[in-house]
Design a protein around this ligand. Structure first.
Ligand SMILES: Nc1ncnc2c1ncn2[C@@H]1O[C@H](COP(=O)(O)OP(=O)(O)OP(=O)(O)O)[C@@H](O)[C@H]1O
Ligand SMILES: [Mg+2]
Length: 332
């Protein structure tokens, strides 16, 4: 006798080609039942054009028929909204008091670190006027989907990404958008995109503490905020601004990350604090949140980001960040 868990297990390996993720990860398998007539499966048709639906129907039938004793397979499609299929356990937002401090880089590294630990991670680039996530991950193909939902583009190591950069052919185009258009686009990246099952969705917020990051904080169920700063930043100002915003929105500050902390000079075998003395501990105390990491200025890292290969970075920083995040997230 076939059981439902065996059927589900079989379907866990069935990858939807344009999503590069399995149909169970995407939550497309809605119901499995077994009766005298055979195995009955209900699939969500969300994001799929009719041709793809036909292909999947055939594939699912074939896959289930591989199970000993199964003769008949009945596949039915149902309409489901992306929101019903998205099961995101935690949404983490990366924020900074000002621009250019390495927020996108930290977003990328946080996602890479979590992915390395075996979590299902996605990245939502909420920086509409200065998107930089796709370039860092070397993705540039447009998202696919249908009028029922959009599929994110998946990176080399399997991180689904969504960014305005993937949709607009001209990178600078969104710069002229007005507030409400930006807010709508960001909302759609969350609500109309099929993220499926994710342990973490990491959101790269727009810089600063003005309207754009506020919109994101208001429209997403953010469970924790990570604040990025550099040793150059005035602790008081940055922390006050960023913390005020997080607190006003009633969001927990998960931790702080100091970027461009130091530069390692191999000839001297020494770390030089180019931008001034590290403020990691001071910032952590002021934010009443742990210091998750101190990232050095690393030409290798900059090179990998420019080449779209951030996922190849395997510095000590990623390992430390990974450990710290694991600690902090496990006590959530
Ligand atoms: N620790 C680092 N070592 C080397 N290069 C870095 C480091 N941090 C950031 N950079 C480089 O500096 C540039 C700015 O970083 P990033 O895009 O992450 O900043 P940002 O805070 O997201 O900027 P914006 O406010 O414009 O969104 C990038 O080209 C990035 O590769
Ligand atoms: Mg950025």
């Amino acid at each position: 006798m076939t059981d439902k868990s065996l059927v589900k297990q079989k379907l866990e390996n069935l990858v939807l080609p344009n999503a590069k993720r399995s149909i169970t990860e995407l939550n497309l398998v809605r119901e499995i039942s077994i009766d005298d007539a055979g195995v009955n499966v209900t699939l969500a048709s969300t994001t799929m054009l009719p041709k793809l639906q036909d292909w999947l129907k055939k594939k699912v039938t074939e896959t289930i028929k591989e199970i000993n004793g199964v003769k008949e397979v009945n596949i039915k499609y149902c309409d489901c909204k992306t929101g019903e299929l998205n099961n995101i356990k935690q949404t983490l937002a990366v924020m900074s008091g000002k621009g250019g401090v390495g927020k996108s880089l930290v977003t990328g590294l946080v996602a890479v670190a979590l992915k390395k630990q075996g979590y299902q991670v996605g990245i939502l680039d909420a920086d509409i006027t200065g998107p930089s996530i796709p370039k860092m991950f070397g993705v540039n193909s447009p998202p696919s989907g249908s009028d029922t939902g959009i599929l994110p583009v998946v990176s080399e190591t399997g991180i689904p990404l969504m960014s305005i950069n993937l949709i607009l052919p001209d990178e600078g185009e969104a710069v002229i958008w007005r507030g409400p258009m930006i807010a709508n686009a960001i909302k759609q990246f969350h609500d109309d995109v099929l993220w499926g099952n994710l342990d973490y969705l990491v959101v790269d917020l727009p810089p600063g503490t003005a309207d754009a990051p506020l919109t994101v904080m208001q429209s997403f169920p953010i469970s924790g905020v990570i604040i990025v700063f550099t040793p150059q930043d005035l602790v008081d100002m940055i922390v006050k601004k960023a913390l005020n915003m997080a607190r006003k929105m009633d969001k927990k500050v998960l931790g702080v990350v100091e970027n461009m902390s130091y530069l390692y000079v191999p000839e001297l075998d020494k770390n030089i604090e180019i931008f001034g003395e590290s403020r990691g501990e001071t910032m952590s105390e002021a934010a009443k949140a742990p210091l998750l990491g101190q990232i050095p200025i690393d030409p290798e890292l900059a090179k990998l980001c420019d080449a779209g290969s951030i996922e190849e970075y395997d510095g000590e920083v990623v390992r430390n960040l990974s450990e710290k995040l694991k600690q902090e997230l496990s006590v959530q």
